[in-house]
Write a protein that binds this ligand. Structure first.
Ligand code: G6P
Length: 593
């Protein structure tokens, strides 16, 4: 959600920033902009466009530059218009700003400090840039920015240019992610690691309430009091961030196919012949608590539901799952000694960050399970576990979901006194995934024939129900078909009223204990005209079942049953001609609450 990239140095700043912004496209955006130093004219040009970066590129009439800042915007304050797109410039033209985040008190700042200023956009950002201009009348630019930062309530990752010192970029960070990368050619700064790839050798993930003064060769890190802070750069591991589509038409399809490899990678990282590689101290720490609370959003929350089942059934620890945006402002009554697990692919979700800030204040122990070890939530929780899914570019999450489940299953197992061979079970699932994906082409027509309406239902019981929730989310995210995941037995208590001729109902049946009941529910909708599709396993299959998967350990079945549902969503979106990797209105990394 929103992306920032800035560069100064010997490289071509225009192409570095545009390339960086393209790498951030996956986060989701609806307009883009760029400011470049035109050295001949000794001025900064500003270019903005609604829509994709490709549109923006077309209007840029400068070939090269040594300084540039760029931005992709996901509208929060004000509509998607060229005027609202960043960069924003102060009214006398001296300062240019790009901003991620939300300034909660921008209206009161406007009233107090800028009552006569004419604004050209509906954004909170324009208030920031005009405040800097106001304070810079009497102060150095750095001190003016610091003074503004102290007034801001909310979140920001900010890049500021003062046209009087064109070879300096000022940057600041609070609650919105910002990383600085360095090579002997120059300095790049961006809202996630993807923006630094190919440009930096070392990086620094900035802490909250920090301020930077960056020149082509160096930078100084300050706190908001203007005191210089020490820092240590880390080596940027390029291998971890290679991300090309390769032979696949879409990142989502590529990422669906990567799941068996990701499972094997998790096995190689967490298991050896006899042991599981999870820090014993961490395990003891968790065991010293009497309940677990999982906090997450979206797909990660759905992975959390499966994890709850595993933590309770394997490790015998009572576990609850909470929607992060709810928990942040309506914390339930916590008794005994609760432990907190935050699940987040990106490690940047603002709703979770809000929870973490509170939990830390209350001195609770926290563990983040994430795909990005450099992320805010990984850095700020007491512990973190990596899911090793590799970069997930498609907005609709697929491989992160299965990776989260596999890692949390490993954790649950390590916390238990069970002695079955989980490593073998996981590798069998990887094989079963491949077995299904080998036959994937045959399902495109099935999807076309089944999903003919503007709504759809997924039904299942137990773990299958949890997978239905994720399956429904995936389908609505990219095909825009209104889909609900339903507990099969609950359908008849109201929702069955929505079933009419040809309403698609997809059942997931992977558990012997509940298979017959779910089949009865399927018959109930069928006899009311529904068009049904069944996803089941070899040992539970019946004659007309359309998608039959290999048998795997039923407690891990979501790792497999989710794969056809990801493909159903993919094909449904493909058939409808949608932008599969960048669905409308969605952002990959939701950095505002
Ligand atoms: C956004 C994404 C979802 C994701 C959710 C949580 O809404 O579009 O795909 O599941 O955020 O993201 P996280 O990075 O915390 O797992």
């Amino acid at each position: 959600m929103c992306g920032i990239v800035g560069y100064l140095g010997k490289g071509n700043a225009k192409s570095i920033v545009l390339e960086g912004l393209k790498r951030l496209e996956y986060r989701g955006y609806d307009s883009a902009g760029l400011s470049l130093l035109d050295e001949k004219q000794n001025q900064f040009n500003i270019y903005k466009e609604k829509g994709r970066i490709a549109q923006l590129e077309k209007i840029i009439d400068l070939n090269d530059a040594r300084v540039a800042i760029g931005h992709t915007r996901w509208a929060t304050h004000g509509r998607v218009t060229k005027e609202n797109a960043h960069p924003h410039q102060s009214n006398n033209g001296r300062f240019i700003v790009v901003h991620n985040g939300v300034i909660d008190n921008y209206k009161s700042l406007m009233k107090t400090y800028l009552p006569d200023t004419v604004f050209h956009s509906e954004t909170d950002t324009e208030v920031i840039v005009n405040l800097i201009e106001l304070f810079a009348v009497k102060k150095t630019p750095a001190n003016a920015i610091l003074e503004v930062l102290k007034l801001l309530e909310g979140s920001y990752a900010l890049l500021v240019i003062d046209i009087n010192t064109p070879e300096t970029i000022y940057a600041a960070k609070h609650k919105s992610p910002l990383l600085l990368g360095k090579s002997d050619k120059g300095i790049v700064i961006g809202s996630d690691m993807m923006a630094l790839v190919n440009t930096a050798d070392n990086y620094l993930a900035l802490d909250d309430e920090t301020f930077l003064r960056i020149t082509p060769k160096n930078f100084t890190l300050y706190n908001l009091e203007g005191e210089v802070l020490p820092y240590t750069m880390s080596l940027l591991d390029l291998d971890d961030f290679s991300s090309e589509k390769g032979e696949f038409e879409h990142f989502m399809l590529k990422e669906i196919h990567e799941q068996p490899a990701v499972l094997r990678r998790i096995i190689s990282k967490y298991y050896n012949d006899t042991d599981i590689h999870i820090d014993k101290i961490l395990l003891e720490k968790i065991k010293a608590h009497d309940s677990i609370h999982i906090l997450a959003a979206g797909t990660s929350m759905h992975a959390g539901l499966i994890a709850k089942d595993l933590l309770e059934s394997l490790a015998n620890i009572p576990t609850q799952v909470h929607i992060a945006s709810e928990f942040a402002y309506q914390q339930p009554l916590l008794k005994g000694k609760p432990y907190f697990i935050l699940i987040s692919q990106s490690g940047e979700t603002a709703d979770l960050r809000a929870c973490l800030v509170n939990l830390k204040k209350e001195k609770y122990q926290t563990l983040t399970v994430t795909n990005v070890r450099t992320s805010t939530l990984a850095r700020e929780a007491d512990d973190y576990m990596e899911i090793y899914a590799g970069p997930e570019i498609a907005v609709a999450s697929t491989k992160a979901y299965t990776a989260q489940i596999a890692v949390l299953a490993t954790l649950a197992y390590a916390l238990s006194d069970q002695s079955f061979d989980l490593k073998r079970e996981l590798s069998e699932i990887a094989q079963a995934m491949e077995h299904f994906l080998d036959k994937k082409d045959q399902y495109k027509d099935l999807v076309a024939a089944t999903l003919t309406k503007r709504n759809c239902f997924y039904i299942g019981r137990g773990l299958d129900y949890y997978v239905c929730l994720e399956a429904a989310l995936k389908l609505k995210e990219i095909s825009y078909i209104q889909t609900e995941g339903f507990a099969a037995g609950e359908l008849k208590h109201g929702t069955i009223a929505l079933i009419e001729e040809d309403t698609p109902v997809i059942a997931i049946i992977s558990n012997r204990k509940t298979a017959d009941n779910t089949r009865s529910n399927l018959n109930e909708v069928k006899s009311r005209g529904a068009k049904t599709l069944t996803i089941t396993t070899e040992s539970l299959k019946e004659t007309d079942d359309q998608i039959v998967l290999d048998d795997v350990n039923p407690s891990l079945s979501p790792l497999l049953t989710v794969i056809p549902t990801q493909l159903i969503a993919y094909y449904a979106a493909l058939i409808r001609g949608h932008d599969i990797d960048k669905p409308r209105n969605l952002a990959k990394s939701v950095t505002v609450e």
